[in-house]
Write a protein that binds this ligand. Structure first.
Ligand SMILES: Cc1ncc(C[n+]2csc(CCOP(=O)(O)OP(=O)(O)O)c2C)c(N)n1
Ligand SMILES: [Mg+2]
Length: 624
């Protein structure tokens, strides 16, 4: 057996460099490089290995959480066929990744995390940043990654990577299993040498399969569709990851079945397709929500049915409703007692469409869906056309970005009041345009994620829509975008606090308590009932400029449209700063989200909210 003597860290990088994936005959390297921050837990191991492998590009981040968001966004943009590696030191550097790692796993996006870990040899313990335990020497902070990783391993001897690394790749490249994968790399073991079999470093191509569903279930699904009077498709992220948007369009044209879209599935059909009913669920459009309420058959494709999609199980009110779920994951396919079509969306839709032959939904049903589509488009336009003064409405700002921005661009967002408004209002013109991290809705994903998107598709303009709360939480990777020349157009919407949670707070009777960025009055933070308030002397535009961004401040709608045009011409990250109104909102459209209200309270606003909550709660259903 021929061997190569390398440190464990050198061997890890040499292996990762040679991993490829193939789907539909297209082959690509799986890892596009490695992000990191060095400390004593990785500088001499993975750090040194990266230095001697310049063909495996190393990128600096400013915050470990941010780089994992960047990697996840990159993977999302690449339909999970490529991602980035993330290396950290031990202790806080490692645990800083946990938040974003959970997000990656929840969103089923592959990211490979290589946190440094405490000495395997133990004699010098406790080392700097080590969590000690009285009952085991086999515990470190990296054990916190276990519940949020789809594969987790600690490498206590250099030869263990020979069996661990193939597992890493199996999980990362599996559409079903994928998520965060954590290889915990003790600081000492990273630097230890071993004679590795050279085969470990040969090129490997991991084939991403398109599995077919069970034949009998497919035949039953055809029967169910044939007898359905009011079928509706719910398109989730799986449609886009499977690159099934084209075949979905053909399926819809062939059958006349209208489509509602989840947060991850928005863009599955172009917004102007007459059977695109827009967003479905708690943040849904009237068209999709009306149809979902009365549907007797829901065909869920690549969706995990989050509470936003199901409007907390109130979206489907037809007593006869049943579900067909097309999903690569058995776990999701069985939800809502569905007829499960466990398989890839693209091949399953192809087989379903062939088996359905000439079938088409009732002509009146299809016509009524098309009317709903047109009415919804008019409602979107109404909101785009609002000119709110003196401070903008968020809806008109979204409209301006949609209209004035590049139609080939990508828009990214994650948390705050923007996602709900975007889900309703954004007009998606290509399947990758609407990039919402809404599985974890993690404040701070926006700019870091934008960087990953731009790295994945540098030729597209990337519009980052971010609130002041999210911006304050994590905007440091503006610096990375400037350093690496990945230009972002960041629209920073400042409303001095949390418009979203402020509205939620008022809806549960709590008057926006704790959601405004204001000075305290009489040792208490003002809520929305306060008559006079003192704003904080914070200048986020200057802050963005100090991080290296080109900044444009806007006072009027025309300024904003002009700023979007200017931003297109500027070659470095640009921040368009606007203030938006805390109170003017986009309405809800016959939908609900279950946020339980206090059962007892001395506040009558809370008591009233509780009564309303109980009424809505009664509409929640089981599907058995
Ligand atoms: C990391 C994280 N912490 C807390 C929350 C809960 N949360 C959701 S939206 C929000 C406020 C966001 O404020 P901002 O970015 O200014 O957006 P706005 O609501 O004003 O539109 C909070 C605190 C979250 N989603 N993520
Ligand atoms: Mg805000």
């Amino acid at each position: 057996m021929s061997t190569k003597r390398l440190t464990m860290a050198q061997a890890v990088i040499a292996f990762l460099k040679n991993q490829y994936v193939a789907r539909d005959g297209v082959e690509r390297p799986f890892f596009a490089g490695c992000f990191g921050i060095f400390g004593h837990g990785n500088v001499a191991g993975i750090g040194q290995a990266l230095q001697q492998n310049p063909d495996f590009r190393y990128y600096q981040t400013r915050n470990e959480q941010a780089m994992v968001h960047t990697a996840a966004a990159y993977a999302k943009m690449k339909n999970r066929l490529q991602t980035l590696v993330c290396t950290t030191s031990i202790g806080p550097g490692a645990t800083n990744m946990i938040t974003a790692a959970a997000g990656a796993t929840i969103n089923r996006l592959p990211v490979l995390l290589l946190p440094g870990d405490i000495f395997a040899r133990r004699n010098v313990a406790p080392v700097l940043q080590q969590l000690e335990s009285e009952h085991s020497q086999d515990i470190s902070v990296n054990d916190c990654f276990k519940p949020i990783s789809r594969y987790w391993d600690r490498i206590n001897r250099p030869d263990q990577i020979i069996t661990a690394l193939p597992e890493v790749m199996r999980v990362l490249t599996s559409p079903v299993e994928t998520g965060a994968v954590t290889l915990s790399l003790p600081q000492d073991v990273q630097t230890e040498a071993f004679d590795y079999p050279v085969e470990l470093f040969h090129k490997r191509v991991w084939s991403v399969a398109r599995n077919r569903p069970d034949r009998a279930n497919l035949a039953r699904a055809v029967e169910w569709i044939r007898v359905a009077k009011r079928p509706v498709i719910i398109a989730g992220g799986g449609v886009i990851y499977s690159e099934a948007t084209e075949i979905l369009g053909q399926f819809v044209d062939q059958t006349g079945i209208p489509v509602g879209e989840t947060m991850a599935g928005k863009g599955s059909l172009r917004y102007d397709h007459p059977l695109c009913m827009g967003a479905v669920g708690a943040t849904g459009a009237l068209a999709a929500n009306r149809l979902a309420t009365e549907a007797d058959l829901i065909i869920g494709i690549g969706t995990r049915y989050s509470d936003f999609t199901t409007a907390s199980k109130t979206a489907f009110q037809n007593p006869e409703v049943r579900f067909i779920n097309i999903n690569v994951a058995e776990f999701d396919a069985y939800k809502h007692n569905a007829l499960p079509l466990v398989g890839d969306a693209q091949v399953t839709l192809a087989e379903l469409s062939a088996a359905l032959g000439e079938f088409r939904v009732d002509i009146n049903y299809e016509a009524s869906a098309k009317v709903l589509h047109d009415e919804w488009e008019a409602e979107v336009q109404r909101i785009y056309d609002i000119r709110h003064e003196p401070v903008f409405s968020q809806g008109e700002l979204i409209g301006a970005v949609n209209d004035a921005g590049d139609p080939e661009a990508v828009m990214v967002c994650a948390a705050g009041s923007l996602p709900g408004d975007l889900h309703k209002l954004w007009r998606s013109r290509h399947p990758k345009q609407y990039h919402l991290e809404y599985g974890y809705s993690c404040m701070g994903y926006e700019i870091a994620g934008g960087l990953g998107i731009k790295m994945a598709e540098p030729e597209r303009e990337v519009y980052v829509l971010v609130g002041d709360g999210s911006y304050l939480m994590l905007s440091a990777d503006i610096v990375t975008s400037v350093q690496e020349g990945y230009k972002l157009t960041i629209v920073l919407m400042d409303n001095s606090g949390f418009k979203s949670i402020g509205a939620l707070s008022r809806s549960i009777g709590s008057q926006g308590f704790g959601t405004r960025y204001l000075f305290p009055e009489k040792d208490r933070l003002p809520d929305d009932t306060a008559v006079s308030v003192r704003p904080l002397p914070v200048d986020l535009a200057t802050n963005a400029g100090s991080l290296g961004a080109y900044v444009i401040e806007c006072a009027s709608y025309d300024d904003f449209v002009r700023a979007l045009a200017i931003a297109k011409e500027i070659d470095r990250t640009t921040v368009i700063y606007v203030q938006n109104d805390r109170y003017v909102g986009v309405p809800g459209y016959e939908s609900w989200w279950d946020v339980p209200v206090a059962e007892v309270s001395e506040m009558h606003t809370v008591q009233a909210a509780r009564e309303e909550w109980e009424e809505n709660r009664a509409k929640e259903r089981y599907f058995l």
